[in-house]
Ligand binder design. Structure first.
Ligand code: AMP
Ligand code: ZN
Length: 493
């Protein structure tokens, strides 16, 4: 049998060309994918989690198509400075100083948190999860190779990539982001360390460590630490080869991070690194990008427990994942309680229909074209991983299933096919968490709670405060909290 990737050929929007292209991997049947991982100096917020969940969907679908995938996602545990222009303190060293801890205690704490959150969101672990501190030798070797080409220079114990020298020798800095050299040069800012650079567009490959800096390694240029961009070039090519298939990350990493990676890769290997560069779009909160630095964040854990003032209730991680899957990975997604409530409804409807479908019988007929439907589901996913369109097709099946009484009007063979494909799409690819009966219980609980909330509201209208309080207190004892808001009363467990 032909592999699914031949039946449903994949098209990917490539940020490098700005085009949607037929995916053609370096090695037939195999995919090497590198995704920039988190800088582990604080809890991952929901925005970070969205990017990693988007790539989990991509990872899952690639595997489902029959590719053998090596997915490398790093942990940044050194070198990411507070400012992208190579200035400010190392984020991890700063947190360690503020908390009087070892940097590796910070790294451990937030790596564990990251894994926990991604596990809750149903994300599979990557095949390799390398760290920047574990690849210092590789980064020094690359820095030396770029110096040997005269595309880098040493300045006061630091080494910078020489963007002009690279471009004058045929390099194409700006190829990914579309930025022009004159714009970059005009963007000069009087930041600390900038005077060491020949050109404001140059970027650090290696930074000299000040005497107080704890994270330091010996190098041919003195004690220091690697620049942030270099780790990803070093680790992606080490594990995936000079030319590999997919490089991903959040949209905000396109420039300067990925632009710099491409220049480093070109300098060392003559390849861009990946053939396909993919960028996941941002999660916004109140219309602004969710970002640690502005404090405009919600943590996944707060969402799962309902413990954030901006939330009207708790949401199950599977609902949160579904909320993310309802948007295309390349679209901006705005967080709101209303959107989460709508996602919860859709999510539960999808799972409730699965309960029916699982037990349904076929009464024969052609009430639903299962093969055409299946082709549309795969077609959506093979068209640049279009999960919202996939979900729309799943709801066509939900409609058919829910409308059928006394058996589905399809053949027994089609029923089997429908069950199998529905299950694959919902549980394997979208990876909603499949304790199907939970959602049926949840529906029943929602209905019972609506009734109790209504009875309490009536008691309050009748000024029967003792009954109203009794209801609230007894529910509290049972672990159910009521929350009165302008839109009415909601509950959380
Ligand atoms: P960091 O730990 O800051 O390096 O970020 C980890 C990943 O999260 C990167 O791929 C970022 O692009 C991504 N990211 C950061 N903020 C957001 C956001 N608001 N929405 C989606 N992804 C984000
Ligand atoms: Zn990276």
């Amino acid at each position: 049998m032909n592999p699914l990737y031949e039946v449903y050929p994949l098209h990917i929007e490539n940020s490098l060309t700005g085009e949607k292209e037929l995916f053609s991997p370096v090695l037939e049947g195999r995919v090497g994918m590198y995704v920039c991982g988190p800088t582990v100096y604080s809890d991952v917020h929901l925005g970070n989690a969205r990017t990693f969940t988007s790539f989990d969907l991509i990872f899952r679908y690639l595997m489902h198509l029959g590719y053998s995938v090596r997915y490398v996602r790093n942990i940044t545990d050194v070198g990411h400075l507070e400012n992208d222009a190579d200035s400010g303190e190392d984020k991890i060293a700063k947190k360690a100083r503020l908390e009087a801890l070892e940097p590796m205690e910070i790294v451990q704490r937030y790596t564990v948190d990251f894994h926990k959150v991604m596990g809750q969101l149903g994300a599979l672990p990557p095949s390799i999860e390398p760290t920047a501190t574990g690849h210092i030798v590789e980064q020094i070797t690359m820095t030396q190779a770029i110096l040997d080409k005269d595309w880098a220079y040493e300045s006061n114990g630091s080494v910078y990539f020489d963007v002009n020298a690279y471009n004058n020798d045929g390099g194409d800095y700006g190829v990914l982001s579309g930025r022009k050299m004159d714009e970059l040069q005009a963007g000069s800012r009087a930041l600390d360390g900038q005077d060491e650079k020949r050109n404001p567009a140059d970027f650090a490959l290696w930074k000299k460590a000040s005497p107080a800096h704890i994270m330091r390694w010996p190098s041919p240029w003195g004690d220091g630490f690697p620049g942030w961009h270099l780790e990803c070039s070093a680790m992606s090519t080490k594990y995936l080869g000079d030319e590999f298939d997919i490089h991903g990350g959040g949209m905000d990493l396109k420039f300067p991070h990925h632009e710099c990676e491409i220049a480093q890769n070109k300098a060392c290997t003559n390849h861009n690194g990946a053939r396909y560069w993919m960028h996941a779009n941002m999660l916004t909160l109140n219309g602004k990008r969710m970002s640690k630095s502005t404090g405009n964040t919600i943590l996944p854990g707060e969402l799962f427990s309902g413990t954030n003032d901006q939330l009207i209730k708790a949401f199950h991680p599977s609902v949160v994942r579904f909320f993310m899957m309802q948007a295309h990975y390349s679209s901006v997604l705005d967080f709101s309680n209303e959107a989460l409530l709508a996602a919860e409804k859709g999510h539960n409807k999808l799972l409730a229909a699965w309960n029916i479908l699982q037990q349904a019988s076929a009464k024969g007929g052609q009430g639903f074209d299962v093969q055409a439907w299946k082709d549309k589901c795969y077609g959506a996913m093979s068209d640049n991983f279009n999960s919202p369109i996939l979900i729309a097709h799943l709801f066509e099946a939900v409609k058919f299933v829910n409308a059928s009484e006394g058996g589905l009007a399809i053949t027994a063979g089609d029923l089997k096919e429908l069950q199998q494909s529905y299950k694959t799409m919902v549980f394997e690819i979208l990876a909603l968490q499949g304790v199907e009966s939970q959602s049926a219980h949840k529906d029943a609980l929602d209905k019972a709670m609506d009734l109790i909330i209504e009875l309490r509201a009536q008691a309050r209208t009748n000024k029967d405060w003792s009954t109203a309080d009794l209801i609230r207190d007894q529910l509290n004892d049972a672990g159910i909290q009521l929350k009165d808001g302008s839109e009415g009363t909601t509950y959380s467990l």
